[in-house]
Design a protein around this ligand. Structure first.
Ligand code: AMP
Ligand code: MG
Length: 518
């Protein structure tokens, strides 16, 4: 395995001069050098060959001991210097000060086919930013991150990617239920990949410390390497940069809304400056369509990160980024105009996205109402989001409309006549509206099926893969990995995964609600 290594990040950005792996506040530096921990019995249990190919790593390479040692942190690739990044963040709406890569260690950059990829290990041991925790990750949360990042990529949602999933061979102590009964679990390491892991929090930390010099160095680096089309940094360029981050953030969140993904911890330290979905923790997939749902147990009280609030939180986070970049721009009205535009663009893009899910491409004065009525109906009785929208493409006439989507209801037997009537009324409006489109029903179905996935990583599916893996059966990980590479395709052999969540999974830990204890 010979990699085309680059070091643009560490060559251009200031390092912490302290080389000790001790927990501390780190100032005037973007990162600290730190080596991953040696592990007892590393074992690679899955690899994304597609991602490996992007890095010019062959299938044979992925089976080598060298690959295993590098991507579990047991060997340092020649002439590279691993490091952890320093960043801050707002957590659940409150300023949290310095956070940083507490359990992520950046290995190196690989350049291949004009792409520059950063590779990072998650769960490879403590760093100066580990605070009170151990720098490790458990198998269950690693499987969830590994599978979901790749699934999101194939859904067309901007995201970090996964390269490999490994067992460390060590055990990790975790209190899963936060009830004072910690247990030993299997430790794991995910190698994840992105063009950059820079977060909003990387900018916030310098702003909070009035370190304008390093804020400018970081911003200039980010523009030069990730937004090169914006040209030489200046006040105007910084504004354009901020504008582009707002657009990318919004597009990412609209994509989440389209597929029913709920991130669960949209703190500013978990917001990528490139608008990539990052840090898969207590995320979840909507089963019943519900704007009020959050997968994160820590968020159960306030539901700050609930499905319907994700676009607002994106904006709230962008306000924090605007505050951080302010000293470089010093133009409040211009920043406010960009933030205002996010709200306007959200309305427009959200409408367009929802219309595409319904197969509507022309404009009609009543479209907003049609969609509002639909969203209301979807929440009258528990209705599976994925099944509903996928089946809707089979709609032909109002009379049979209800039959088309019957399968999406969790408790059809006890559904009131009133709710059924409301659906029938909605289908009548939908049928009338479809007459204004110029597509044949086959063409409409094709377009709808390209935006309404048939297969997503349902919460209970990830849990089934986890339960099997705990017993050393890794086959379901591969089954889901292969299945989710073609989420929009009919895959008749996998029809069993196009199904509502089974009743046993309704309140099972891991299947409905998750904690941050990972
Ligand atoms: P999260 O909300 O999971 O993205 O994490 C918030 C902060 O806590 C980040 O700075 C993480 O690096 C840190 N963190 C989370 N889990 C651990 C852990 N097991 N060991 C060290 N740091 C952690
Ligand atoms: Mg994080």
């Amino acid at each position: 395995m010979k990699l085309n290594i680059k070091n643009t990040f560490i060559e251009h950005l200031p390092a912490d001069p302290n080389l000790e792996n001790t927990r501390r506040q780190v100032e005037e530096a973007v990162y600290s050098f730190v080596n991953p921990k040696q592990t007892k019995a590393p074992k690679v249990i899955h690899t994304s060959l597609e991602m490996a190919t992007c890095l010019n790593i062959s299938e044979a390479d992925t089976k080598s001991d060298f690959f295993k040692d590098i991507f579990t942190g047991n060997q340092i690739y020649p002439e590279t210097k691993p490091f952890a990044m320093c960043y801050a963040g707002h957590q659940f709406g409150n300023w949290a000060g310095q956070l940083g890569d507490g359990r992520a260690i950046n290995l190196f950059e690989v350049e291949h086919k004009n792409y520059n990829w950063k590779i990072q290990l998650k769960g490879a041991g403590e760093t100066p930013y580990s605070r009170t925790a151990d720098g490790l990750a458990v198998l269950r949360s690693s499987i969830r991150e590994y599978l979901c990042a790749e699934a999101m990529f194939y859904l067309g949602v901007p995201t970090t990617r996964s390269l490999s999933l490994s067992l460390s061979g060590d055990t990790v102590l975790r209190d899963v239920l936060y009830n004072g009964n910690p247990e030993y679990e299997k430790g794991a390491i995910v190698a994840r990949v992105a063009p950059s892991f820079i977060r909003f929090g990387n900018f916030e930390i310098f702003a909070a410390r009035n370190d304008t010099k390093n804020l400018k160095i970081l911003t200039d680096y980010t523009i030069k390497h990730h937004f090169p089309h914006l040209g030489t940094p200046s006040k105007e360029t910084y504004l354009q940069f901020f504008k582009e981050v707002t657009t990318r953030t919004l597009d990412m969140i609209i994509a989440w809304q389209r597929v029913g993904f709920v991130h669960g911890v949209m703190n500013t330290d978990n917001m990528s400056i490139l608008g990539l979905t990052i840090d898969y923790g207590p995320y979840g997939w909507l089963e019943g369509f519900d704007f009020g749902w959050t997968p994160n147990t820590t968020d159960r009280q306030n539901k700050r990160y609930r499905y319907g609030n994700q676009p607002n939180i994106g904006l709230w986070n962008l306000y924090q980024l605007a505050n951080a970049l302010y000293v470089l721009i010093e133009d409040v009205p211009a920043l406010e105009a960009i933030l205002k535009a996010y709200e306007v663009d959200f309305e427009q893009k959200s409408l367009q996205m929802m219309k595409s899910k319904l197969g509507l491409f022309s404009s009609d004065a009543n479209d907003v109402k049609l969609l509002q009525d639909l969203e209301d109906n979807l929440q009258l009785a528990e209705t599976d989001m994925t099944i509903f929208f996928r089946n809707l493409s089979n709609f032909s006439e109002a009379r049979t409309g209800f039959n088309t989507i019957e399968n999406a209801f969790y408790d059809l037997e006890n559904m009131s006549d009133e709710i059924k009537m409301r659906w029938i009324t909605w289908f009548e409006s939908y049928e009338t509206r479809l007459k204004k489109e110029h597509l044949s029903s086959e063409e409409r179905k094709e377009k709808m099926d390209a935006v309404n996935p048939k297969y997503v990583l349902r919460n209970y599916m990830a849990q089934l893969a986890i339960d099997a893996a705990e017993k050393e059966d890794y086959s379901l990980i591969d089954t889901f990995y292969q299945l989710l590479k073609k989420p929009y395709n009919e895959q008749p052999e996998h029809q069993q995964w196009f199904a509502k969540r089974p009743e046993w999974a309704r309140n099972k830990v891991g299947c409905s609600m998750l904690s941050c204890s990972s």
